[in-house]
Design a binder for this molecule. Structure first.
Ligand code: AMP
Length: 129
């Protein structure tokens, strides 16, 4: 069982931003930038291109809605998107508020307190439509 499935089942906590029957979005615990969010299908699949076309399209639709909520919440030049999965073998889309190229490079990290994570997740989720 992946660490993200444990988040989905509630076994471990997360800073949840949005959820429906098939997807969940929560803040990345080691963010590149404030507002860095992961969008995850509840069905545990390792690689994104092993999803069916329909599942892939639904993931992109859900990610679009989450990205819009991030844009409304975080001041940034744009929201970037990346799919890696080398660390956690459960499909996830990284949505990252960008101000510079460094924000998408997974080398520079920002530290947030528990209270900051909670407030941030709440603000983004309020803007989720
Ligand atoms: P990757 O698999 O390379 O796309 O990276 C996995 C991402 O998941 C990293 O950015 C981690 O910081 C993030 N991550 C790992 N565990 C957790 C967790 N429990 N809650 C939130 N984010 C996590």
């Amino acid at each position: 069982m992946s660490i993200f499935t444990k988040i989905i089942t509630g076994e471990i906590p997360s800073y949840k931003v949005a959820e429906d029957d098939n997807f969940i979005a929560f803040l990345d615990i080691n963010p590149n930038a404030k507002g860095h969010t992961l969008v995850v299908p509840k069905k545990e699949e390792d690689k994104i291109f092993d999803l069916s076309k329909e599942e892939y399209s639904s993931l992109m639709d859900f990610s679009y809605r989450v990205a819009k909520a991030i844009e409304k919440t975080i001041v940034c030049k744009r929201v970037g998107m990346s799919v890696i999965g080398l660390e956690v073998p459960h499909v996830h889309v990284h949505l990252i508020p960008l101000n510079s190229m460094a924000d998408i490079q997974f080398s520079q990290k920002v530290k947030l307190s528990n209270d900051e994570f909670i407030a941030l997740a709440k603000s983004i989720s309020k803007n989720f439509e």
